[in-house]
Design a protein around this ligand. Structure first.
Ligand code: NAP
Length: 302
C-alpha cells in the first residue's frame, strides 16, 4: 500500500491559522502585538528571498515587523550595537539575524549577542542548553526540528517508546531533533539513535526505525530497502540535482531532491514527507510560533 504523504504545506497552513487566532486574541484581550525584527546584511539573493518570506508571513499574522537592511561592509561593532538596540526594544519579541554574514563579522559573536529570551531561532547556547535540560526550561525550539516534531505528531504517529533514528548530527537539525525526541513528555519520549559518517552499518540502524528522520544532504542516501514497512519517514534533505523550466513563469528553476528515494520509499513507508513540500514549509511557520510564544512570555500571558 502506498504511504500517506505528509504535506508540510498543509500542516503549515493549519498552524498559521491557529496562530492568527492566537494573535487576534492577544491583541484584543491584552493589547499585545508580537514583534519580529529581521536583520539582513548585504544583498545575497537567497537571503533576500528567505527574509522576504519571513516578513510576508509575519505581516499575514498581524505582527509588528521590521526588516532592517544593513550594508555588506557594516562593522562588527555596529551590528552588535544594532542587536543591542533590539534587545532593549520592548516592542520586539523576536530577533533574527539572517545568515550568512560577511567575512569581517564574527557570526558566533553576533548570534550570541541576541538576548536568549528573544532568540526565536533557538540557536543561542542558552536555548541549546535549555533544550538539553528539557521540561519547563525550554523556551524556543529551533525551527526546523520543531517543524519535524509537529509533522510526526500531526500525522498521528505514536512517539512514546518509538525507535527514532536520526541520520545526521548537525547543530541545526540532527542534534536538536534527537534531543527533542528523547525528552520525557508528549510528542517525544522516544528511544533515539543518531547516525553519521562514522557509523558502521547505517542500513541496519535505519531498518530498526519506527520513525526515520534523514538530514544528511546526500540525494537518495536512504534506499527503500532500509525502511521498515509502515515507518514514518521524514526527509529533511534539500538537494539541487539540476534545473528545469518552470511551467508557470518559463524561468529556469532548480530541481530539488531529498535524501530518500521518495518514489520507491513511499511503497514501503507508512507515511513520508515529499521534497519539496515536506519539512521546508514548516521552518518559517515555527519561527512565527516562537515569536508568538516570546510575546506571550514577555507579557506574562498564559
Ligand atoms: P550538514 O551540516 O551538512 O550535516 C549533515 C549530517 O549528515 C552530518 O552530521 C554528516 O555526518 C551526516 N552525513 C552526511 N553524509 C552522510 C552519509 N553518507 N552517511 C551518514 N551520515 C551522513 O547538513 P544540515 O545543515 O543538517 O542539513 C541536512 C540537509 O537538510 C541538507 O540537505 C539541507 O539543505 C537540509 N535542510 C533543510 C531545511 C528545511 O527544509 N527547512 C533546514 C535545514 C537543513 P558527519 O557529522 O559525520 O559529517
Amino acid at each position: 500500500m502506498s504511504a500517506k504523504i505528509i504535506s508540510g504545506t498543509e500542516v503549515a497552513a493549519q498552524i498559521r491559522e491557529e496562530l492568527k487566532k492566537e494573535v487576534d486574541e492577544m491583541k484584543a484581550k491584552n493589547g499585545v502585538v508580537p514583534g519580529l525584527v529581521t536583520i539582513l546584511v548585504g544583498a545575497n539573493p537567497a537571503s533576500i528571498s528567505y527574509v522576504t518570506a519571513k516578513i510576508k508571513a509575519s505581516h499575514e499574522l498581524g505582527f509588528y515587523s521590521i526588516q532592517d537592511d544593513q550594508p555588506s561592509d557594516i562593522a562588527e561593532a555596529d551590528l552588535l550595537k544594532l542587536v543591542d538596540k533590539y534587545n532593549k526594544d520592548p516592542k520586539i519579541h523576536g530577533i533574527l539575524v539572517q545568515l550568512p554574514l560577511p567575512k569581517q563579522v564574527d557570526e558566533k559573536k553576533v548570534l550570541n549577542a541576541i538576548d536568549p529570551d528573544k532568540d526565536v531561532d533557538g540557536f543561542h547556547p542558552v536555548n541549546v542548553g535549555r533544550l538539553m535540560i528539557g521540561g519547563d526550561e525550554v523556551k524556543f525550539l529551533p525551527c526546523t526540528p520543531a517543524g519535524i516534531q509537529e509533522l510526526i505528531v500531526r500525522a498521528g504517529f505514536e512517539t512514546s517508546g518509538a525507535e527514532v533514528v536520526v541520520v545526521g548530527r548537525s547543530n541545526i537539525v540532527g542534534k536538536p531533533i534527537a534531543n527533542i525526541m528523547l525528552q520525557k513528555g508528549k510528542g517525544a519520549n522516544s528511544t533515539v539513535t543518531v547516525v553519521h559518517t562514522g557509523t558502521k552499518n547505517l542500513e541496519t540502524h535505519c531498518k530498526r526505525a519506527d520513525i526515520l528522520i534523514v538530514a544528511a544532504g546526500v540525494p537518495g542516501l536512504v534506499k527503500p530497502e532500509w525502511i521498515k514497512p509502515g515507518a514514518c519517514v521524514i526527509d529533511v534533505g534539500v538537494n539541487r540535482v539540476g534545473e528545469k523550466k518552470s511551467e508557470k513563469t518559463g524561468k529556469m528553476i532548480p530541481i530539488l531532491k531529498g535524501d530518500v528515494d521518495f518514489e520507491a520509499a513511499k511503497e514501503i513507508a507508512g507515511a513520508i514527507t515529499p521534497v519539496p513540500g515536506g519539512v521546508g514549509p514548516m521552518t518559517i511557520t515555527m519561527l512565527m510560533k516562537n515569536t508568538v510564544k516570546s510575546a506571550k512570555l514577555h507579557a506574562r500571558i498564559q
